[in-house]
Design a protein around this ligand. Structure first.
Ligand code: CDP
Ligand code: CDP
Length: 225
């Protein structure tokens, strides 16, 4: 029988997780699951429904009424909440600025982790986020912790934003990224931390292709064992 593996990619904001996860998933013919999009989708719905990001009980009630689904779209993915497309809306700054507060709630996390584990139940998955190697798929066969300097990550986001016509100054992006890293790393439940058995990959001076090549090597070793 063909051997299949689960690949967990964690790390701070803009380290390149989703970019490389999508490429690797496509090459292997695996599912790609963007867990950050799920936290973003809930945050977006909470804003729409005027629910405070501090109100854990209402957030969980809202989440339980939400279906979050993905649909391939070329090299990217569309995101839907209850059948409505939210792909662009969940990347807007109002969501980005509040998502760490939403994702800090333990009950929100358990509900989303449950859904993420269901998506990965049959293996053949590349999943990226903050707690994949530590909480969602602690027995994943390949675990990678991607990092890059804050300056480099802010510059990457800046370049990406410019291509979409978004002109947030570099310094503002840098501060936003640093704030989110701090919140994600210091929350009580499943903080952003490298799993003991994850491989650390500093991508500061690596191109996307170089990062993908390193991950290919790790996968090759696992698949050929
Ligand atoms: O793509 P970007 O780095 O901006 O972030 P994301 O992956 O879309 O995740 C958005 C936010 O969701 C993170 O800053 C975390 O607060 C939260 N998140 C999380 O807590 N756990 C995950 N597995 C994924 C995301
Ligand atoms: O998912 P995450 O927030 O970790 O980062 P991303 O959205 O995959 O990457 C953020 C930006 O950095 C994208 O525009 C990528 O094209 C870019 N990037 C890069 O320039 N060099 C890399 N080695 C990885 C990503």
């Amino acid at each position: 029988m063909e051997k299949t593996i689960r690949i967990a990619i964690d790390g701070p904001a803009s380290a390149g997780k989703s970019t490389v996860a999508k490429i690797v998933a496509k090459e292997l013919g695996y599912i790609y699951c963007d867990t950050g999009a799920m936290y973003r989708a809930l945050t977006h719905q909470a804003i729409e429904k005027n629910i405070e990001v501090t109100d854990e009980k209402r957030l969980v009630e809202l989440l339980k009424e939400m279906t979050i689904s993905f649909e391939p779209n070329g090299d990217n993915q569309k995101v839907f909440v209850n059948g409505q497309e939210v792909t662009e809306a969940i990347r807007l700054p109002n969501v980005t600025n509040l998502v760490s507060a939403v994702s800090a709630h333990g009950e929100v996390r358990s509900e989303l982790v449950k859904r993420q584990q269901e998506i990965a139940a049959h293996g053949r998955v590349v999943m990226d986020g903050r707690d994949i190697g530590t909480a969602v798929l602690p027995t994943a066969e390949v675990k990678i912790f991607l990092i890059a300097s804050v300056d480099e990550r802010a510059q990457r986001r800046y370049t990406e934003n410019m291509s979409k016509g978004i002109t947030t100054p570099l310094e503002v992006l840098k501060q936003e990224i640093a704030d989110r890293d701090y919140k994600d790393s210091h929350r009580e439940v499943s903080p952003l931390v490298q799993a003991e058995d994850a491989i650390l990959l500093d991508t500061t001076s690596l191109s996307i292709e170089q990062v993908v090549e390193k991950i290919r090597e790790m996968i090759h070793i696992k698949l050929s064992k």
